[in-house]
Design a protein around this ligand. Structure first.
Ligand SMILES: NC(=O)c1ccc[n+]([C@@H]2O[C@H](COP(=O)([O-])OP(=O)(O)OC[C@H]3O[C@@H](n4cnc5c(N)ncnc54)[C@H](O)[C@@H]3O)[C@@H](O)[C@H]2O)c1
Length: 268
Protein backbone atom coordinates (compact mmCIF):
# COMPACT_ATOMS: atom_id res chain seq x y z
CA UNK A 1 0.00 0.00 0.00
CA UNK A 2 1.23 3.50 -0.82
CA UNK A 3 0.98 6.39 1.61
CA UNK A 4 0.13 9.66 -0.06
CA UNK A 5 0.47 12.85 1.92
CA UNK A 6 -0.72 16.32 1.28
CA UNK A 7 -0.64 19.23 3.68
CA UNK A 8 -3.84 18.26 5.45
CA UNK A 9 -4.03 14.48 5.57
CA UNK A 10 -2.41 11.15 4.77
CA UNK A 11 -4.56 8.72 2.78
CA UNK A 12 -3.77 5.07 2.11
CA UNK A 13 -4.11 4.00 -1.51
CA UNK A 14 -3.95 0.46 -2.90
CA UNK A 15 -1.85 0.17 -6.05
CA UNK A 16 -4.03 -0.43 -9.11
CA UNK A 17 -3.22 -2.64 -12.10
CA UNK A 18 -5.05 -3.10 -15.40
CA UNK A 19 -4.90 -6.66 -16.81
CA UNK A 20 -6.16 -7.44 -20.32
CA UNK A 21 -7.21 -10.90 -21.42
CA UNK A 22 -8.19 -11.51 -17.81
CA UNK A 23 -11.09 -13.85 -18.55
CA UNK A 24 -8.90 -16.78 -19.54
CA UNK A 25 -5.56 -18.53 -19.30
CA UNK A 26 -2.51 -16.47 -18.42
CA UNK A 27 -4.39 -13.16 -17.91
CA UNK A 28 -6.73 -14.89 -15.50
CA UNK A 29 -3.85 -16.43 -13.54
CA UNK A 30 -2.07 -13.05 -13.45
CA UNK A 31 -5.22 -11.44 -12.03
CA UNK A 32 -5.42 -14.07 -9.30
CA UNK A 33 -1.73 -13.65 -8.42
CA UNK A 34 -2.06 -9.86 -8.20
CA UNK A 35 -5.13 -10.09 -5.98
CA UNK A 36 -3.12 -12.38 -3.69
CA UNK A 37 -0.36 -9.73 -3.70
CA UNK A 38 -2.89 -7.08 -2.59
CA UNK A 39 -3.35 -5.23 -5.83
CA UNK A 40 -6.59 -3.57 -6.87
CA UNK A 41 -7.13 -5.08 -10.33
CA UNK A 42 -9.17 -3.78 -13.24
CA UNK A 43 -9.72 -6.93 -15.30
CA UNK A 44 -10.50 -6.37 -18.98
CA UNK A 45 -11.69 -8.83 -21.61
CA UNK A 46 -14.30 -9.14 -24.36
CA UNK A 47 -15.51 -12.43 -22.85
CA UNK A 48 -18.29 -11.38 -20.44
CA UNK A 49 -19.04 -14.91 -19.22
CA UNK A 50 -15.36 -15.50 -18.43
CA UNK A 51 -15.17 -12.26 -16.47
CA UNK A 52 -18.32 -13.22 -14.51
CA UNK A 53 -16.68 -16.51 -13.58
CA UNK A 54 -13.47 -14.73 -12.59
CA UNK A 55 -15.42 -12.32 -10.37
CA UNK A 56 -17.21 -15.23 -8.72
CA UNK A 57 -13.95 -17.07 -7.98
CA UNK A 58 -11.65 -14.15 -7.12
CA UNK A 59 -10.70 -13.99 -3.47
CA UNK A 60 -9.37 -11.28 -1.20
CA UNK A 61 -7.17 -9.59 -0.07
CA UNK A 62 -7.01 -7.58 -3.32
CA UNK A 63 -9.98 -5.96 -4.96
CA UNK A 64 -11.36 -6.82 -8.42
CA UNK A 65 -13.34 -4.78 -10.93
CA UNK A 66 -14.21 -6.42 -14.25
CA UNK A 67 -14.95 -4.58 -17.46
CA UNK A 68 -16.13 -6.03 -20.78
CA UNK A 69 -14.13 -4.35 -23.54
CA UNK A 70 -13.27 -5.30 -27.11
CA UNK A 71 -9.67 -4.15 -27.49
CA UNK A 72 -10.19 -3.78 -31.24
CA UNK A 73 -11.78 -0.45 -30.31
CA UNK A 74 -8.88 1.92 -29.57
CA UNK A 75 -11.14 4.69 -28.25
CA UNK A 76 -12.45 2.24 -25.69
CA UNK A 77 -8.89 1.47 -24.62
CA UNK A 78 -8.14 5.09 -23.88
CA UNK A 79 -11.45 5.33 -21.98
CA UNK A 80 -10.40 2.41 -19.73
CA UNK A 81 -7.55 4.46 -18.34
CA UNK A 82 -9.43 7.77 -18.33
CA UNK A 83 -12.21 6.12 -16.29
CA UNK A 84 -9.87 5.18 -13.44
CA UNK A 85 -10.93 7.18 -10.39
CA UNK A 86 -8.65 10.10 -9.57
CA UNK A 87 -7.88 8.68 -6.11
CA UNK A 88 -6.39 5.43 -7.42
CA UNK A 89 -2.71 5.17 -8.28
CA UNK A 90 -2.11 3.27 -11.53
CA UNK A 91 1.05 1.27 -10.83
CA UNK A 92 0.67 -1.73 -13.15
CA UNK A 93 -0.42 -2.77 -16.64
CA UNK A 94 -0.33 -6.30 -18.03
CA UNK A 95 -1.21 -6.76 -21.70
CA UNK A 96 -2.10 -10.42 -22.02
CA UNK A 97 -5.03 -10.33 -24.47
CA UNK A 98 -4.10 -11.74 -27.86
CA UNK A 99 -5.33 -13.91 -30.67
CA UNK A 100 -3.36 -16.86 -31.98
CA UNK A 101 -2.82 -17.79 -35.62
CA UNK A 102 -1.06 -20.67 -37.32
CA UNK A 103 -1.60 -19.91 -41.02
CA UNK A 104 1.27 -20.79 -43.40
CA UNK A 105 2.84 -17.61 -44.79
CA UNK A 106 1.72 -18.21 -48.40
CA UNK A 107 -1.91 -18.61 -47.29
CA UNK A 108 -2.16 -15.46 -45.15
CA UNK A 109 -4.51 -12.82 -46.52
CA UNK A 110 -3.95 -9.25 -45.46
CA UNK A 111 -7.22 -8.96 -43.54
CA UNK A 112 -6.03 -11.82 -41.32
CA UNK A 113 -2.66 -10.11 -40.85
CA UNK A 114 -4.33 -6.81 -39.93
CA UNK A 115 -6.70 -8.45 -37.46
CA UNK A 116 -3.84 -10.21 -35.62
CA UNK A 117 -1.69 -7.07 -35.52
CA UNK A 118 -4.67 -4.98 -34.40
CA UNK A 119 -5.24 -6.97 -31.19
CA UNK A 120 -1.74 -8.27 -30.43
CA UNK A 121 0.18 -5.08 -31.20
CA UNK A 122 -1.87 -1.93 -31.96
CA UNK A 123 -4.23 -2.32 -29.00
CA UNK A 124 -1.31 -3.06 -26.65
CA UNK A 125 0.54 -0.01 -28.02
CA UNK A 126 -2.49 2.24 -27.38
CA UNK A 127 -3.07 0.90 -23.89
CA UNK A 128 0.63 1.16 -22.96
CA UNK A 129 0.65 4.77 -24.14
CA UNK A 130 -2.48 5.74 -22.19
CA UNK A 131 -1.31 3.86 -19.08
CA UNK A 132 2.24 5.23 -19.20
CA UNK A 133 0.94 8.80 -19.29
CA UNK A 134 -1.21 8.12 -16.24
CA UNK A 135 1.60 6.25 -14.41
CA UNK A 136 4.00 9.11 -15.03
CA UNK A 137 1.44 11.50 -13.56
CA UNK A 138 0.91 9.12 -10.61
CA UNK A 139 4.64 8.90 -9.79
CA UNK A 140 5.70 5.78 -11.74
CA UNK A 141 4.72 2.18 -12.36
CA UNK A 142 5.48 -1.01 -14.25
CA UNK A 143 4.22 -2.49 -17.52
CA UNK A 144 4.51 -6.15 -18.47
CA UNK A 145 3.64 -7.19 -21.99
CA UNK A 146 3.07 -10.89 -22.65
CA UNK A 147 5.01 -11.80 -25.78
CA UNK A 148 5.97 -15.35 -26.76
CA UNK A 149 8.94 -17.52 -27.66
CA UNK A 150 7.42 -17.20 -31.17
CA UNK A 151 8.32 -13.49 -31.02
CA UNK A 152 11.96 -14.35 -30.29
CA UNK A 153 12.53 -17.34 -32.54
CA UNK A 154 11.27 -18.09 -36.05
CA UNK A 155 8.65 -20.81 -35.81
CA UNK A 156 7.00 -22.02 -39.03
CA UNK A 157 3.33 -21.06 -39.23
CA UNK A 158 3.76 -17.99 -37.04
CA UNK A 159 4.23 -15.27 -39.70
CA UNK A 160 1.35 -13.15 -38.34
CA UNK A 161 1.39 -14.10 -34.66
CA UNK A 162 5.18 -14.29 -34.28
CA UNK A 163 5.64 -10.97 -36.10
CA UNK A 164 3.08 -9.30 -33.82
CA UNK A 165 4.96 -10.61 -30.76
CA UNK A 166 8.37 -9.55 -32.14
CA UNK A 167 6.94 -6.05 -32.62
CA UNK A 168 5.66 -6.07 -29.04
CA UNK A 169 9.11 -7.14 -27.82
CA UNK A 170 10.85 -4.25 -29.58
CA UNK A 171 8.18 -1.73 -28.55
CA UNK A 172 8.63 -2.76 -24.91
CA UNK A 173 12.39 -2.20 -25.04
CA UNK A 174 11.99 1.21 -26.67
CA UNK A 175 9.37 2.15 -24.08
CA UNK A 176 11.75 1.03 -21.32
CA UNK A 177 14.34 3.53 -22.55
CA UNK A 178 11.98 6.43 -23.08
CA UNK A 179 9.98 5.91 -19.88
CA UNK A 180 12.84 5.25 -17.43
CA UNK A 181 13.18 8.96 -16.58
CA UNK A 182 9.45 8.97 -15.78
CA UNK A 183 9.93 6.05 -13.32
CA UNK A 184 7.95 3.65 -15.50
CA UNK A 185 9.57 0.21 -15.98
CA UNK A 186 8.67 -1.93 -19.00
CA UNK A 187 9.43 -5.64 -19.36
CA UNK A 188 8.05 -8.63 -21.23
CA UNK A 189 7.31 -12.18 -20.23
CA UNK A 190 7.75 -14.66 -23.09
CA UNK A 191 5.88 -17.87 -22.29
CA UNK A 192 6.62 -21.19 -23.87
CA UNK A 193 3.74 -23.60 -24.59
CA UNK A 194 1.25 -23.10 -21.76
CA UNK A 195 -1.95 -25.00 -20.95
CA UNK A 196 -4.67 -22.51 -21.94
CA UNK A 197 -7.61 -22.25 -24.33
CA UNK A 198 -5.34 -20.67 -26.96
CA UNK A 199 -2.89 -23.58 -26.82
CA UNK A 200 -5.73 -26.11 -26.92
CA UNK A 201 -7.06 -24.49 -30.10
CA UNK A 202 -3.72 -24.03 -31.86
CA UNK A 203 -1.48 -26.87 -30.76
CA UNK A 204 -3.34 -29.76 -32.33
CA UNK A 205 -2.24 -33.05 -33.91
CA UNK A 206 1.51 -33.43 -34.55
CA UNK A 207 2.11 -29.79 -33.57
CA UNK A 208 1.68 -30.67 -29.91
CA UNK A 209 4.41 -33.34 -29.89
CA UNK A 210 6.67 -31.20 -32.06
CA UNK A 211 6.40 -28.41 -29.50
CA UNK A 212 6.99 -30.70 -26.55
CA UNK A 213 10.17 -32.02 -28.19
CA UNK A 214 11.40 -28.41 -28.44
CA UNK A 215 10.97 -27.77 -24.69
CA UNK A 216 13.90 -29.13 -22.65
CA UNK A 217 11.64 -29.71 -19.65
CA UNK A 218 9.37 -31.74 -21.95
CA UNK A 219 6.07 -30.36 -20.68
CA UNK A 220 3.59 -27.54 -21.00
CA UNK A 221 3.72 -24.72 -18.48
CA UNK A 222 0.80 -23.89 -16.20
CA UNK A 223 -0.71 -20.37 -16.45
CA UNK A 224 0.14 -19.89 -12.76
CA UNK A 225 3.85 -20.40 -13.52
CA UNK A 226 3.75 -17.60 -16.10
CA UNK A 227 1.82 -15.39 -13.67
CA UNK A 228 4.57 -15.64 -11.04
CA UNK A 229 7.04 -14.09 -13.50
CA UNK A 230 4.60 -11.26 -14.18
CA UNK A 231 3.94 -10.65 -10.47
CA UNK A 232 7.70 -10.41 -9.88
CA UNK A 233 8.20 -7.86 -12.67
CA UNK A 234 5.29 -5.70 -11.48
CA UNK A 235 6.54 -5.54 -7.90
CA UNK A 236 8.97 -2.65 -7.50
CA UNK A 237 10.32 -4.08 -4.24
CA UNK A 238 11.52 -7.25 -6.00
CA UNK A 239 12.35 -5.96 -9.50
CA UNK A 240 12.81 -2.21 -9.14
CA UNK A 241 16.12 -2.26 -11.08
CA UNK A 242 14.78 -4.47 -13.90
CA UNK A 243 13.59 -2.76 -17.07
CA UNK A 244 13.87 -3.49 -20.79
CA UNK A 245 14.13 -7.20 -19.95
CA UNK A 246 12.52 -10.30 -21.49
CA UNK A 247 11.81 -13.02 -18.97
CA UNK A 248 11.35 -16.36 -20.76
CA UNK A 249 9.10 -18.66 -18.75
CA UNK A 250 9.33 -21.50 -21.19
CA UNK A 251 10.86 -24.68 -19.76
CA UNK A 252 14.12 -23.78 -21.52
CA UNK A 253 12.63 -23.52 -25.04
CA UNK A 254 14.34 -20.25 -25.98
CA UNK A 255 17.72 -21.50 -24.79
CA UNK A 256 17.52 -24.74 -26.79
CA UNK A 257 19.77 -25.18 -29.83
CA UNK A 258 19.25 -26.85 -33.20
CA UNK A 259 19.35 -30.39 -31.83
CA UNK A 260 16.33 -31.82 -30.06
CA UNK A 261 16.76 -31.31 -26.33
CA UNK A 262 17.37 -34.63 -24.53
CA UNK A 263 14.37 -35.79 -22.58
CA UNK A 264 14.06 -38.28 -19.75
CA UNK A 265 17.30 -37.42 -17.98
CA UNK A 266 19.62 -39.19 -20.46
CA UNK A 267 23.30 -38.52 -19.88
CA UNK A 268 24.90 -36.20 -22.45
N1 LIG B 1 -0.80 -20.45 -24.26
C1 LIG B 1 0.40 -20.45 -24.82
O1 LIG B 1 0.97 -21.51 -25.15
C2 LIG B 1 1.11 -19.13 -25.06
C3 LIG B 1 2.45 -19.19 -25.43
C4 LIG B 1 3.14 -18.00 -25.65
C5 LIG B 1 2.49 -16.78 -25.47
N2 LIG B 1 1.18 -16.75 -25.09
C6 LIG B 1 0.56 -15.44 -24.90
O2 LIG B 1 -0.02 -15.37 -23.61
C7 LIG B 1 -1.11 -14.43 -23.63
C8 LIG B 1 -2.35 -15.06 -23.05
O3 LIG B 1 -2.75 -16.15 -23.88
P1 LIG B 1 -3.54 -17.40 -23.31
O4 LIG B 1 -2.81 -18.60 -23.73
O5 LIG B 1 -3.87 -17.17 -21.88
O6 LIG B 1 -4.86 -17.32 -24.25
P2 LIG B 1 -6.37 -17.37 -23.91
O7 LIG B 1 -7.04 -17.53 -25.22
O8 LIG B 1 -6.67 -18.35 -22.83
O9 LIG B 1 -6.67 -15.90 -23.33
C9 LIG B 1 -6.63 -14.77 -24.16
C10 LIG B 1 -7.71 -13.81 -23.68
O10 LIG B 1 -7.64 -12.63 -24.50
C11 LIG B 1 -8.96 -12.20 -24.75
N3 LIG B 1 -9.05 -11.40 -25.96
C12 LIG B 1 -8.68 -11.77 -27.22
N4 LIG B 1 -9.00 -10.80 -28.08
C13 LIG B 1 -9.57 -9.79 -27.36
C14 LIG B 1 -10.13 -8.52 -27.70
N5 LIG B 1 -10.22 -8.09 -28.96
N6 LIG B 1 -10.61 -7.75 -26.70
C15 LIG B 1 -10.57 -8.17 -25.43
N7 LIG B 1 -10.08 -9.37 -25.05
C16 LIG B 1 -9.60 -10.17 -26.01
C17 LIG B 1 -9.75 -13.50 -24.91
O11 LIG B 1 -11.16 -13.29 -24.74
C18 LIG B 1 -9.14 -14.37 -23.83
O12 LIG B 1 -9.84 -14.26 -22.60
C19 LIG B 1 -1.28 -14.01 -25.09
O13 LIG B 1 -0.63 -12.78 -25.30
C20 LIG B 1 -0.57 -15.12 -25.86
O14 LIG B 1 -0.13 -14.68 -27.11
C21 LIG B 1 0.48 -17.90 -24.87
Amino acid sequence: MTQISDETETVEVWPTAVVTGAASGIGRAVTMALLRDRWRVLAVDRNAAGLDQLSAEAGSPGELTARVVDLANVQEIVRIVAALPAECRLRGLVCSAAVGDNTPFLDVDLDKLRSVLEINFVSAFALCQAAARRMAADGGGAIVNISSVSGLRANAGRSTYGSSKAALEMLSKIMALELAPLKVRVNTVAPGPTLTAMAAALHVGPERNRLLRAVPQGRYGAPEEIAEGVAFLLDARRSGYVTGHTLCVDGGMFAAGAFEPRLGGEAA
